[in-house]
Structure formats: C-alpha cells, structure tokens
Ligand binder design. Structure first.
Ligand code: SAM
Ligand code: CA
Length: 257
C-alpha cells in the first residue's frame, strides 16, 4: 500500500504491485508446486522425474542430473498450451531423459507426431520405458545427432517439414538459439508456436559488472548469446513474442507470416 514500508515505485504504485512477475520467494514456488502442480502431474511423468533425479547411469555423469530437466510447472503450462492449440505435430531440440518430451507426447492426440533431436541417445533410452508404459512411444521419432545439421536436413532433403509443425520446443545448446530460430521459424506453420527455454539464463541476463557475475562458467559462457538472442527476437518481425517469467524464462514466439 502507498506509504507502507514497501514504498512507492517508479510508476507511482506501491512497489509490491509494480514487482508483479518473478516469484518473490522459494516458499511461494513450493506452494505452487504442492498445491497445483504435483497433485495434477501424471504418475508416469512423476516417475520419470524421480528417475532423472536419482539414476546414476546418465551421461555425462554430472552431479545435479535433474537440474537439466524442464520443471513440472513449466510443462504443466506448455501441456495446456499444446491442448489449446490442438497441436498434432511437434519438434523438440534437446531431449535429455525426456521429461518435456513425455509431457508433450501425453498432450498430443493418438496420431500425434514428434521429431525429437539430441546428441545423446543414452539418456533418452533411460526415459523410454516411461513412454512405452504411457502408450505414447509410437508418437516419437528420435534423431540422434547435432541439431543444426539435422534441422538443415529436415528443411532441405525432407522439404515437407517447411511450415509443418504446430509447436517447436528448443532446449539445447543455448549459444545456437539464433541459428535454431532461423531454421525452425520456417518449419513451424503460420500461427504455430516456438518455445525457447532458459531465456533468463539463471538471472545472468541482468548481471552488469564483473562484480555482479557470481555465476559459474557454463552460465557466463552463453550469457552474451542469450542477451543477443533476446534482443533479436524482440525485433524479429516474423514472430509475435511473449517472454514468460516461468522457471528460467520461456520465450514463446507465434509465427506471423
Ligand atoms: N528438454 C529436456 C528435459 O525436459 O528434460 C532437457 C534438455 S537438456 C537442458 C539439453 C539437452 O541438449 C541435453 O540432453 C544435451 O545432450 C542436448 N544437446 C546439447 N547440445 C546439443 C546439440 N548441439 N544438438 C542436439 N542436442 C544437444
Ligand atoms: Ca531447459
């Protein structure tokens, strides 16, 4: 309230009302998860999430395995979007053990089709039994390899993929987001959606001086690419955008023409 200890912000509103996007506490996030996400998360997705958090067979052997998986609240949001769009054909770049892929497969109709790309098939194979258990494995066409040449192949050799996808989810190799965009923007249909994950990149996008950069090397390595990409999307006349402050930032692009 104006005049309270929160003070008045730049727009003349109480600061508490001006700061209305990024969650204000970990407890608030836990509240969302426990109240609205976990009780609704399909059992098979929960099982895959738990395996991803604990299974030691993943490659490369990293300490915080599940940190790579898309968060369940973000996939709850994207699952609803996919259903609202009546999406049937999707493309995913960056599969890992398949949490976002399984949530997508569960959201498409029985004859839905997903092309899923990752340089590493082993992690996907850890998750594959959950796709089989859920009866959605037939929707997934997994292609192992680097995404750029595979996308180029899809666009040239397999011309049919131009303007073919209803939805594309990009969640790999952040330094190549611009290159991915310039390909997938032609592969999604007019009116279709592309989602780019991690576009707030751990908050590093607002770190200015070196002193303000308490981020690990792998974050700083891609920070400039993410900054450049966010600015590029904001000015790209081919798409309408929405920078959603969920998880680590999700930029949705709707193809205009
Ligand atoms: N969407 C996944 C999920 O919800 O679990 C997480 C994907 S994880 C953040 C990124 C994935 O991108 C990793 O599995 C990695 O192997 C893959 N990757 C990295 N560079 C790649 C590239 N150049 N081409 C294809 N996949 C790549
Ligand atoms: Ca991600």
């Amino acid at each position: 309230m104006a005049g309270s200890s929160e003070g008045v912000g730049e727009k003349g509103l109480p600061q508490i009302l001006e700061r209305r996007c990024i969650l204000q506490s970990e407890a608030l996030y836990q509240y969302i998860l426990e109240t609205s996400v976990y009780p609704r998360e399909p059992e098979v997705l929960k099982e895959l999430r738990q395996l991803t958090a604990t299974d030691h067979r993943q490659v490369p052997a990293i300490r915080f395995w599940n940190a790579m998986a898309t968060s369940p609240d973000e996939m709850q949001f994207l699952s609803m979007l996919l259903k609202l769009m009546n999406a049937k054909k999707t493309l995913e770049v960056g599969v890992y053990t398949g949490y976002s892929l399984l949530a997508t497969a569960l959201s498409l109709p029985h004859d839905g089709e997903i092309i899923a790309i990752d340089i590493n098939r082993k992690n996907f194979e850890l998750g594959l039994p959950f796709f089989e258990k859920a009866g959605v494995a037939h929707k997934v066409d997994f292609r192992e390899g680097r995404a750029l040449p595979i996308l180029d192949d899809l666009m040239t050799k397999e011309e049919k993929y131009k303007g073919w996808f209803d939805f594309v989810f990009v969640d790999a190799d952040k330094s190549n987001y611009m290159n991915y965009h310039n390909r997938v923007v032609e592969m999604v249909r007019v009116g279709g959606i592309i989602g780019y994950d991690n576009t707030l990149w751990n908050g590093s996008v607002v770190a200015k001086a070196m002193a303000e950069r308490p981020f690990p090397y792998y974050i700083m390595e891609c920070r400039d690419a993410i900054l450049e990409f966010n600015a590029y999307l904001a000015a790209d006349p081919r798409v309408e955008i929405c920078h959603v402050s969920i998880a680590d930032g999700l930029t949705l692009c709707r193809r205009l023409n």
